[in-house]
Design a protein around this ligand. Structure first.
Ligand SMILES: CCCCCCCCCCCCCCCCCC(=O)SCCNC(=O)CCNC(=O)[C@H](O)C(C)(C)COP(=O)(O)OP(=O)(O)OC[C@H]1O[C@@H](n2cnc3c(N)ncnc32)[C@H](O)[C@@H]1OP(=O)(O)O
Length: 382
């Protein structure tokens, strides 16, 4: 038998037994009722903005009442409040967003962040995922995302992220995000979130047998060797010194030497530089950011030749998160390119932790062309 629940205090009620429903209000007549189950919570104090809803008990109800002053216990220390932790890593600063309005955020391209001709694709993915995550119950974690890069982003202007709450179910939630510059949608992301659940388990993917990261050189060490090793001709060393070096906030260690650089595959260890806040949502955003750094370029490997200049842009990007992620611990990125055709290179990726567990699977398609000579004044794209 249904009965209304009246709550006159500022507390949070966590359901321990039975079911309650929050009916749609008059303005949202087409929206179905939310049914709240065990361990869902409601009440004032769960959010800074207050929304009024009628909550109806569908059967006898037992709740745990969390007094308002302890409401912060439901808010983990996260990128959501990164500005309060000045010691956080560069990656947390890159992913930090300014809230502008309900479901609207502003992101920036920091001068110390890696930039290419256009906004780095991983920055769009990481920031858009951060925006989506901020609008989802913190018990639900992203398990898949699908992104499309529409227009090259401008590094010099902020990016506005508008989140659309596509659906909130009891186990899953779906968000669509549009990234805009100068009023134009330049990037879109759709992400699905899920509450932790116990279910069937198997892993058919096997981590390749590669040397551990401690036995391998990172990018800085490879560069240092190229600059100083007397076995390289001096002309080569001078050329290497002139090449622009981007100190990425991700540390990478390549498993194979340059001899295998023509294979349509690549294995490397990577981890975020610096310690990250202990927040699973943040770690997933960081790995999403890192996953676009060296991915589609692998589809060019069989075509590399002396003097080749390429024009390479990510077109779309998908990630499936199978298990919890620790982005500041070593993960092995195993990349293969099954096909390049029609100016598009296709890559698949798998990320394993050191224990050989498959943490994520990824795919991407990229535009891969020979670079055509640029005119003196390239047309702005925005
Ligand atoms: C063992 C040790 C190993 C060590 C290894 C260490 C390696 C380190 C390497 C570091 C690499 C790091 C890579 C990081 C890559 C990150 C990927 C990204 O972020 S990507 C960022 C995320 N992704 C994005 O931002 C993509 C956003 N999306 C878009 O930009 C568009 O949708 C589109 C371009 C894809 C299609 O648009 P649509 O209008 O249908 O296309 P149109 O065909 O009409 O071309 C339009 C215009 O594009 C231009 N252009 C085209 N071709 C060429 C070329 N060959 N040439 C030159 N320019 C070219 C041209 O301006 C042209 O205009 P016009 O001259 O003709 O007038």
């Amino acid at each position: 038998m249904a009965s209304n629940i009246f709550c006159y205090f500022n507390d949070i009620l966590i359901i321990l037994k039975a079911e309650v429903s929050a009916p749609a209000n008059a303005e949202e007549a087409n929206r179905p009722d939310y049914v709240l189950n065990k361990y869902d919570y409601f009440g004032y104090g769960t959010n800074s903005s207050v929304h009024q809803v009628n909550v109806v008990a569908l059967s006898k109800l037992t709740c745990f009442i969390l007094p308002n002053q302890y409401g912060h216990l439901l808010q983990p220390k996260t990128i959501w409040n990164a500005e309060e932790t000045p010691e956080h890593s560069l990656l947390e600063q890159i992913l930090h967003l300014e809230p502008l309005e309900v479901d609207i955020f502003r992101g920036f391209t920091l001068p110390e962040a890696p930039t290419f001709r256009q906004v780095f694709g991983g920055q769009f993915i990481g920031q858009a995922l951060a925006a989506a995550s901020k609008t989802v119950d913190c018990l639900k974690m992203v398990h898949s995302l699908h992104a499309i890069f529409l227009v090259a982003g401008d590094n010099n202007i902020p990016i506005i992220y508008q989140v659309h709450r596509a659906r909130d179910g009891s186990s899953f939630a779906t968000r669509k995000v549009e990234a805009k510059q100068k009023g134009l949608v330049v990037f879109t992301l759709i992400a699905s979130f899920q509450k932790e659940e116990v279910g069937f388990e198997h892993q058919a993917a096997i981590m390749p047998d590669v040397p551990p990261p401690e036995q391998l050189l990172n990018l800085e060490e490879i560069r240092e060797r190229r600059l100083t090793d007397p076995r390289f001709p001096s002309q080569y060393r001078n050329l290497a010194a002139k090449k622009k070096f981007i100190p990425w906030p991700i540390e990478m260690r390549f498993c194979e030497g340059s001899a295998s650089q023509h294979k349509p595959s690549l294995n490397y260890w990577f981890r975020a530089r610096g310690k990250l806040s202990d927040d699973q949502a943040l770690h997933r955003c960081v790995v999403a950011y890192a996953s676009d750094l060296l991915f589609s370029g692998v589809s060019l490997n069989p075509h590399r030749e002396k003097g080749l200049k390429t024009y390479c842009l990510s077109l779309d990007h998908s990630i499936w998160f199978h298990k919890p992620v620790k982005a500041d611990e070593w993960m092995l990125y195993v990349i293969e390119s099954p096909s390049a055709h029609g100016g598009r290179g296709f890559v698949t990726g798998r990320m394993f932790n050191r224990q050989g567990e498959l943490i994520m699977s990824l795919t991407q398609e990229a535009l891969i062309r020979r670079e055509k000579p640029r005119g003196p004044n390239p047309r702005p794209k925005l």
